[in-house]
Every structure is written in C-alpha cells, then in structure tokens.
Design a protein around this ligand. Sequence first.
Ligand code: FAD
Ligand code: NAI
Length: 462
Amino acid sequence: MSDYDVIIIGSGPGGYVCAIRCAQLGLKTACVEGRDTLGGTCLNVGCIPSKALLHASHQLHEAEHNFAKMGLKGKTPSVDWTQMLAYKDEVIEGNTKGIEFLFKKNKIDWLKGWGSIPEAGKVKVGDETHSAKNIIIASGSEPSSLPGIEIDEKMVVTSTGALELGKIPKKMVVIGAGVIGLELGSVYARLGADVSVVEFLDTITPGMDAEVQKSFKRILEKQGLKFVLGAAVQGVSTDKTKAKVTYKLRKDDSEHVIDADAVLVATGRRPFTDGLGLEALGVEMSKRGQIKTGSDWQTNVKGIYAIGDAIDGPMLAHKAEDEGMAAAEQVAGKHGHVNYGVIPGVIYTHPEVANVGKTEQELKEAGTDYKVGKFSFMGNGRAKANFAADGFVKILADKKTDRILGAHIIGPSAGDLIHEVCVAMEFGASAEDLAMTCHAHPTYSEAVREAALACGDGAIHA
Ligand code: FAD
Ligand code: NAI
C-alpha cells in the first residue's frame, strides 16, 4: 500500500494528461490502468489508429486520382492489408510507449490493473489498496450498440473491430453517419469496399452546420459512399459468410435489407464506469450514465473528481485533456478552467471538416443577430494547385459588435485552420481583427482571412 496525493483511474487523454500536470504541480501521483498499454481509447483503439488508416488510405487515393494529373506516372500502388495494419500497430506502439516514457520522466507510478474505490480516499487495484487525498476518475467510454444487433468484432464490429478486420470487405454497411462511421467508412471506401451508410436521421453528422452537412455528403458521395438516410435499423443477422442489415425507412415504414461482408455499428459511445463501485459510494450519475460533477470537476463525494468521456460534454480527446489539466490545477489549489464555448470538433476525412462555437441554427434559436462571411476554396490558389478546392470557410460574427461567434470549415487542413479562429475567439476578437491580420501567401489559411473579410466589406478573391 502506498500513500498518494492523487490517484487517477484511467490513462486515456484525460487521465494521462491529468497525471502529468499533477506531477508537474508537485503532487505525488499514480495512475491506474487496466489495459496492457497506456493511452486509453484514443491511443489504442481510437484517434491514433484511425488516423493512421486514414493517412495510408488517403495516400492511395491521391496516387489513384491525382498523381497522373501532375505527371507522376507509373504503377498505382496495391494494398498490402497486413502491412497496413502493421504500420497502424507500430504507430500505436510508438505513441503508447511515449506515454510510458512521460510517466517515468514525471515520476508517476503506473498501478497496473483494474481499479475500484472501496471508500473515498482509497483505491483498490488487485489485492492492494492505496490511499489518496484525491481520486480522479478518467475511465472513459465504450461503444454503444443497438438492440437486435450482436457484435462479434469480426463481421459485425464496433470501431475497435473495424481497426483490425481480417480482410478488406467487398461490401460494408455502416450504421450511423456520425464521426466514426464517416471516418472509418472513408477508409474502407478508399481501399475499394462498396460502403453504404445507414443513418436514422435525415442528415449526416447531426448538429453540424447545415451547409457543411450538405456539401460534406455531396463530396463523400463523389468518393463512392452511399447514404440511406431516415432509416431505422431493425437488426443484423449473420451466417458464416454474410451479414444482412434490415432497416425501415421512416417516411413510409417500408422494410429493406442490405447484405454485407462487414457491418460497422457506429451509433455513439457511452460512459464506462463498470466496476468502480460508484453506486455504493453514492456518486451521483446522470440518466445517460455520466458521472455528475461541479464546475471544479468534483463529484458530490468530497475528494472524488471525474473528467473526460465519463462526464458530460463532447466525447473528444482534447476536451478530456483540457479537463485533465484543469482538474489537476483544482486539486493543487489553483484555478483550473475550461472554456466549453471554444472546443473545436474535427472530422479527419478528406476534405476535413472542422467547427468551433455556434452554428447558425443555434444563433437563430437564441435570437442573436449575426452576419455570415463565407469563402470558397475555389478562390484559394494553393487549394486549386493541390486538387483540394472542394469546400469553404464560413465565419459567423455578431451583427452589431462584429465579435466572432463560430466558424465552420470544410476543406483542406480544416482541422488545423480552425485553430486560428479558436485563438481569435479566446481573445474575444472581431471578424475585422482576423481580416486585418496579414496571412502568408499561398496558404490555405488565406481562405479563413477571406471569410473574415466577407463579414465586412467583402472577400477579395470571391
Ligand atoms: P479513454 O481514452 O476512454 O480512457 C479511459 C481509460 O481508462 C481506458 O484505457 C480504460 O482501460 C481505463 N479504465 C477504465 N476503467 C478503469 C478502471 N476501473 N481501472 C483501470 N483502468 C480503467 N477524439 C478526438 O478528439 N479526435 C479523434 O480523432 C478521435 N477519434 C476517435 C476514433 C475512434 C475510433 C474512437 C472510438 C474515438 C475517437 N475519439 C476521438 C474520441 C476519444 O478517443 C475520446 O474522447 C477520448 O479517448 C476520451 O478520453 P478519456 O481519457 O476520457 O477516456
Ligand atoms: P456519433 O454520435 O458521432 O454518431 C452516431 C450516429 O449514429 C448519429 O448520426 C446518429 O443519428 C446515428 N444513429 C443513432 N442510432 C441509430 C440507429 N438506430 N440507426 C441508424 N443510425 C443511428 O457517434 P460515433 O460516430 O459512434 O462516435 C462516438 C464518439 O466518438 C463521438 O462522440 C465522437 O465525438 C467521438 N469521435 C470523435 C472523432 C473525432 O473527433 N474526429 C472520431 C471518432 C469518434
């Protein structure tokens, strides 16, 4: 048994970042992790492996579609799936080992095993019970499936199985046109699969800017993805070689069946808190199974905090990281803070899709007077040269004060471009502030400036 200032349960982006910040603030810190490697969902079966497969399959797409246009001729690469998976695994290993190195460097003890909290101030891992002045739960989330669907992680898979399918399917059905469905659906479409995405709602990526949704769907369709919208999946049946997905169209209740070699169920994730003993401790939970916390990330039980996917808010790695740093500061007696109004969201397809702040829909509902500055990547020289002119930047600003309220980008490197708007919003900048900032030429970020100019007297290259 050891005494700690802080024990963190879970080593995902919330937990490991929190542990490092606690150690940097001089607290004696341990982190409990039940997996064989550190890094949580994100590094092992989430952000990092999915981005590796997106990167590899994008290279293939470029070679097939754009190389010859630039005078790069020759044999188009073929796919060695085993090697692609090995590359992905190597990327995971490099990243998870990196966290192990950071733990050693910061003198954080990794308590290996599944942790539970027998009482406030105590964490049990295996046969050992450790004491801690503060406990921070960062136990993350797990895929949620649908009734009538049995996941075998071979033919009917969640994102975890989709990152290591035995072979590239000829036909894939994706249930859910959210972030996971579209990222991993893109991967397999680029690798040659016939991908159909079945979505309950009438739009893809619910909650996103409506113009972006429309343009995104059109671009993905050009890339070969098929969409069945407004469809309620009834169930999935399998035999040895095939799966059958049955759905009903909501508009007329007609029933349809699609067969597939693989089915990816991507209908959301739910908090994972099994085995922690929260019920016995009396920790308050929401109806959706999230741990309830106050603005200092403390639960109703003194000394027990929670962060990341296990609590309310977007299930994003960077949101978990920010909460990890802020909760560490709270525990150390400082003033940790997260600005939930400025958390970007990115979909890493090609083109990327990124957003921050309010959508037009939200501004309308709040009765806010706003203006829109929009600029198409067709007017951006660099994007045109790189066959990446599909998409646009849209900036929303307050009509009276010109203060930036949100931004929505679909286009090349959208996930990087969004951050200049995030910084501007953190500083309370106006669209004119962005528009008056000199942007290097030729860069994609000129499109952000042009959208800001369009909030005022007009974009130049429109
Ligand atoms: P997690 O990363 O889920 O980590 C929790 C850890 O706690 C796990 O390792 C678990 O084993 C451990 N644990 C749980 N209970 C216990 C216990 N009792 N004892 C010991 N250990 C325990 N987000 C992005 O921002 N960008 C992306 O590109 C992105 N891509 C994604 C792609 C996929 C396919 C998936 C599934 C998710 C993706 N996400 C992405 C979401 C992101 O992975 C999560 O938001 C993030 O990992 C949440 O971090 P966390 O620290 O809260 O929890
Ligand atoms: P999601 O919430 O993004 O999308 C789920 C989709 O499934 C929604 O469009 C929903 O309407 C649909 N759906 C729900 N029930 C359905 C049904 N019965 N039939 C058909 N469609 C149905 O969830 P997803 O894609 O599983 O991702 C989970 C989480 O992981 C997200 O919260 C996301 O933030 C995170 N993530 C983030 C990534 C990123 O930041 N790039 C990448 C991957 C995941």
